[in-house]
Write a protein that binds this ligand. Structure first.
Ligand SMILES: [Zn+2]
Length: 639
């Protein structure tokens, strides 16, 4: 368990007798007088709040099962227990109950109780005459993912939404977790408060329980402090490829940059970076921790390491933006079904804008690295047709059916609210600086949002639709607000050139074409397709609408064999394409569903693979001032 926690922490269970009594009177008709016990000596009657207890054990860990015993007090004739269908931060119905087996219910005398499954994730149990219910079940945990649980002989990752049950009443109660470790597992890491016994933990309610992943095994811990706040890097799967000293030094710089950005430390205990070096990808944010999936090799390659730092930066930014300040529509989680919000461009997109920017402000990347990351975002946005189909608000709303389940036509049918949100962040930042002559910025807006709608603000951690736009107007005026509204509600493209111009920067949208022109060679060509290059095979991955490939009827999944009868392989394709000219007619030989197919089509200019942000060669004082105000430090360029 993380250092610095004590079982007697005053925050648990978080409410005194009067508040408990009020809650009892207000809502809990289910709960009988047995909750009143004598306490604190004769004559003092105090309400003892019911507690939901969960015990985890791993007798079948070799087959990736966790066994759960769930115990709660009951008083009604029936009770219904549920398992969430999704977990906050990952907006997809995941049907966690799929992996529940051997479900049984017993009374305090050990008698088996009658139960009925009433929906895919809900069980009704007959509880007449009993005061305490114990439910036992097994969960298969074999999907290594930031939102799921995983068990293997060396460790277990428990993500609570797919493991712990709740009733409508019990989700509000304090929760207790007891973990029975396998003999070869030496430690447990979680941001949950320690409980009364060893390997026991406490949460103020069910929301906190499932917001607190638990790692059980032999992870390596690195604890560090920044301004008195404790942080722990918890590495699972670490090998000699990881440079722990450097990673802790870089995380220290990163958390400093974030803390100084927000100006408010939101944590009341150590914060955990739960890092899994298991050749997987992704991250998920929590109140006092984040789960990060990366590679053992991440520190052996500069690009991969920057990606890992950017992932950490993104998830850590969520500690404020979305964990403690989130759309009103997500205020009270409904674990049963989709919760729709049009504001994931803010929760995710603005976190994406700042994840890279704060890497630079923290001194972890060079300015050219930052410009390359920004230019890649610009390129990836402007080269997909889906940006003309869905607005940022609609893409947020449709997250449940689009973002987490991409298909071959995704680039034609939607835009990422991460990416468009990030670009909206950039152009809004620039517009605010322009309108206020550098006196305010998007940073000002974010901090004002947090003071108005963070935990201490009027919204108590939630903001209504339009709150961000209103704050933008209060900082930079009506015109900037109208620009933002247009970008959110329509498919209008952010004016990147105007936004760059404030910093005297320019965008080259076709650097490869420019370079070819300078060298006097033909510019790169293509068919408007992206390829899945698998060994020798060339399989069409995406067909970009409006391209010559789309006009000819090429489909995702087609395999390219030859152009004009000449054999193409993944090894020679790029070279051969360099010898074709835009406008030329060619015949492609493809395989579709096991059958040869010939299609005629026109070669087109290649879709640029990169964009480049250009800085004035004679950088002046005004430009330096504006860049420094935005980027937060003096510039140094790679030779
Ligand atoms: Zn995120």
């Amino acid at each position: 368990m993380p250092a610095g926690k004590t079982p007697t922490d005053p925050d648990f269970p978080g409410m005194g007798p009067i508040k408990v009594l009020k809650r009892f009177i207000r809502g809990s008709t289910l709960f009988c007088l047995c909750v009143f016990v004598l306490a604190q000596g004769p004559g003092v009657v105090q309400a003892q709040e019911p507690v939901a207890s969960h015990s985890l054990s791993f007798p079948r860990y070799k087959n990736q099962y966790v066994h759960v015993d769930f115990k709660i007090p009951v008083s009604a004739e029936q009770i219904e227990l549920s398992m969430p269908n999704w977990t906050p931060g990952s907006y997809l119905i995941r049907n966690f109950a799929t992996h529940v087996e051997n479900f049984e219910a017993r009374g305090e005398g050990g008698q088996t109780l009658e139960l009925t499954k009433v929906s895919k994730n809900r069980w009704r149990i007959e509880t007449t005459g009993i005061r305490e219910l114990t439910v036992s079940y097994d969960v298969w945990a074999g999907y290594l993912h930031v939102s799921s649980s995983w068990i293997s002989s060396d460790f277990a990752l428990i993500n609570g939404a797919g493991v712990f049950l709740y009733s409508d009443a019990s989700r509000e109660w304090p929760q207790q977790v007891a973990v029975k470790k396998q003999a070869s597992w030496n430690n447990i890491q979680t941001s949950l408060r320690p409980g009364p016994g060893s390997d026991q933990f406490l949460a103020r309610d069910y929301d906190e329980l499932i917001d607190s992943p638990i790692v059980i095994g032999n992870a390596v811990e690195y604890r560090f402090e920044v301004n008195g706040q404790g942080y722990i890097l918890v590495n699972t799967g670490e090998t000699g490829l990881w440079d722990s000293e450097r990673s802790v030094r870089d995380l220290t710089a990163l958390v400093k940059a974030h803390q100084s950005f927000w100006g408010v430390n939101p944590f009341d205990r150590d914060y955990l970076f739960l890092n899994f070096q298991l050749e997987s990808k992704g991250g998920l944010e929590h109140d006092h921790s984040t789960v990060l999936m990366s590679s053992k090799w991440a520190m052996r390659d500069d690009t991969d390491y920057i990606k890992w730092l950017a992932l950490v930066s993104h998830e850590f930014f969520h500690s404020w933006n979305v964990r403690r300040m989130r759309p009103e529509a997500l205020a009270k989680y409904d674990y049963d079904k989709e919760m729709y919000t049009r504001e994931l461009w803010l929760a995710e997109g603005l976190s994406s804008y700042y994840d890279n920017l704060l890497l630079f402000r923290a001194g972890l990347i060079e300015v050219q690295d930052y410009f390359d990351l920004l230019a890649t975002e610009f390129r990836n946005y402007e080269t997909i047709p889906g940006r003309q189909v869905r607005s940022a608000e609609l893409a947020s709303f449709d997250s449940w059916i689009k973002h987490y389940v991409p298909d071959a036509n995704g680039i034609n049918s939607t835009v990422s609210y991460y990416r468009k949100g990030s670009l909206i962040g950039f152009v809004t930042d620039s517009a605010i600086r322009r309108e206020t002559d550098g006196k305010a910025s998007l940073d000002t807006v974010m901090r004002r949002m947090y003071s108005l709608h963070g935990p201490q603000g009027q919204g108590q951690g939630n903001y209504p639709p339009g709150a961000f736009e209103a704050v933008v107007e209060s900082v930079a005026g009506r015109d900037v607000r109208m620009m933002v509204e247009n970008l959110l509600q329509t498919t209008a493209d952010p004016d990147l050139d105007k936004a760059l111009d404030w910093f005297d920067l320019r965008l080259d949208r076709a650097p490869a074409q420019s370079a070819a022109k300078l060298s006097g060679v033909p510019p790169p060509t293509g068919f408007g397709l992206t390829w899945d290059k698998n060994e020798d095979l060339l399989i069409v991955q995406h067909v970009i609408l409006g391209s010559t490939g789309a006009a000819a009827g090429i489909l995702p999944g087609d395999e390219l064999l030859a152009i004009n009868g000449l054999r193409m392989t993944s090894n020679n394709f790029d070279l051969k394409m360099q010898q074709l000219l835009a406008g030329e007619k060619v015949e492609l030989t493809l395989v579709r569903h096991g059958q040869l197919l010939n299609l005629s089509l026109e070669v087109q200019a290649a879709i640029p693979e990169t964009y480049v942000i250009l800085l004035n060669s004679d950088i002046g004082r005004r430009q330096k001032t504006r860049l420094k105000a935005w980027l937060g430090r003096d510039l140094r360029f790679r030779k």
